[in-house]
Design a protein around this ligand. Structure first.
Ligand code: CA
Ligand code: CA
Ligand code: CA
Length: 143
């Protein structure tokens, strides 16, 4: 009962915290910064990408085929609708595409391919080159 109440309160409060939505990359960090220290490390990125891969590998064969990848593309498009689609998020999205991850260009992405691209993906987003992804890697270049 108490828990239900708290959930309701949170649901009521969150839409009001518009400022959090305006922090560059907030939506990304929310999802990827697992220990909440404000920086997504390579280890965190790899772990999360492994989770993402598993959740879209519908038939559990260790490969995202064209059909599964289409679902993945659609989920990302939905996730991005109405959130901060700034220049940083474009780089995030680019690193999630089939083209980016299909290293051997056979039209599907194996788990090994997907994870092997994590470092390149992080480097793509890591604008200030400090080796992790923080709010500073998003938003206006003056950050
Ligand atoms: Ca972290
Ligand atoms: Ca492939
Ligand atoms: Ca960085």
């Amino acid at each position: 009962m108490k828990r239900t109440f708290i959930t309701l309160v949170i649901a009521t409060i969150l839409p009001l915290s518009v400022s959090a939505q305006n922090v560059p990359g907030a939506h990304f960090l929310e999802n990827w910064d697992q220990d909440g220290n404000g920086a997504v490390t390579l280890a965190e990125a790899e772990q999360r990408r492994a989770d993402v891969f598993l959740s879209f590998d519908a038939n559990d064969d260790g490969t995202l085929d064209t059909e599964e990848y289409a679902m993945f593309d659609e989920a990302r498009a939905n996730d991005m609708a109405g959130s901060d689609a700034g220049n940083g998020m474009k780089r995030v999205q680019e690193g999630m595409t089939l083209t980016f991850n299909d290293i051997d260009a056979d039209g599907s992405v194996s788990q090994a391919e997907f994870l092997a691209r994590t470092a390149d993906w992080l480097a793509l987003i890591d604008r200030n080159g400090d080796g992790s992804i923080t709010a500073q890697d998003f938003g206006p270049a003056s950050n």
